[in-house]
Design a protein around this ligand. Sequence first.
Ligand code: CTP
Length: 398
Amino acid sequence: MQVVLGVSGGIAAYKACELLRLFTESGHGVRVVPTREALNFVGAPTWAALSGNPVSAEVWDDVHEVPHVRIGKRADLVVVAPATADVLAKAAHGLAGDLLTNTLLTATCPVVFAPAMHTEMWQHPATRANVATLRERGAIVIDPAVGRLTGADTGPGRLPDPAEIFQVCLRVLRGRPRDLAGRRVVVSAGGTREAIDPVRFIGNRSSGLQGYALARTAAARGAEVTLVAANTALPDPAGAKVVRVESTAELREAVLAASAGADAVVMAAAVADFRPETRHDAKIKKTDGEPASIRLVKNPDILAELGERRGHDSGAGPRVIVGFAAETHDVLANGQAKLARKKCDLLVVNQVGEGLAFGSPDNAATVLVAGGEPVEVPFGPKEDLADVVWDLVAVRLS
Ligand code: CTP
């Protein structure tokens, strides 16, 4: 597949080198089209060496090959990363003062913009209007990540992790539909931790990979995604709003707040069923060899609460509720009972036990469907399982 990588003049231009490598290493042909401003950050020799193709910001080089038309017309995908406020404005208004903006006007393939800029610029009404125009015309504009910007300041405006932008691009190249556009979904991921004292906690082995795969695929399918992440160490999925939590109480608050009026909530987080009755303010010291006993109390069941709330408050709760369950035995019977008890629409049941590792990028599961037949998902990437879940959610929403 032929990819045009447009690079505009922001400090995040250096991250586009990694995105370029991800494309070339997976066998894509890449033509890099930087703006003049981008070349202040990363020079043409770097782009040429990494892509193996000539690089120019101007329409005046190799004019006999009519590059201002040819490059765009031959592309299977144009991705602009980073996309500055300036390039978004030019694209929205159809300006064509350099090779990249000409390419954007001649491309008939899908176009992905990954904006990166200061928060003020991203939130400015002019940029908001330009992004809205581009989206209306069918371009995919990935919401920037929240985090550290060029200086010491933080806020929305960071370029998402190159690997996450790459995943979005791959799905576009494979022609995956954006069938969750206009939907608002909430995904919980990771595992909660319950503090014993300032240094110790009760936790679990959840890596958050399945929840992140759900958030990534939903965002790539066009949904507005809130990812409530408990103690994960993974890059933010491109376009998702990430809320970080530690304890079950924090997870509950964040999930309930985000799920009001949401189309779907997927509880992929491993939530601690119990927490220590008291959280010691000071570190517990060894007491003459006698270990201190820790009394546990029950945590609220967030998934069951979502189901209850929906029952009482029709219209306000999430329309579709998806739970997860890890079972060691009688997997389907236990799963069916849990589906009914927690009033879910779907329950993804995993068999756990010896040899089935946490933190693996792959998974196999059965998705139990309220009032329907179970769907078997064979062992494969967690994104595949996520897509099956979203397929079933999309059917229920339509
Ligand atoms: N869950 C939750 N709040 C809890 C515990 C679990 O929202 N306090 C959610 C999980 O996110 C998951 C589902 O419930 O989606 C399954 O949780 P699980 O712990 O397997 O179910 P339990 O009700 O604890 O059942 P059991 O201990 O009998 O297996």
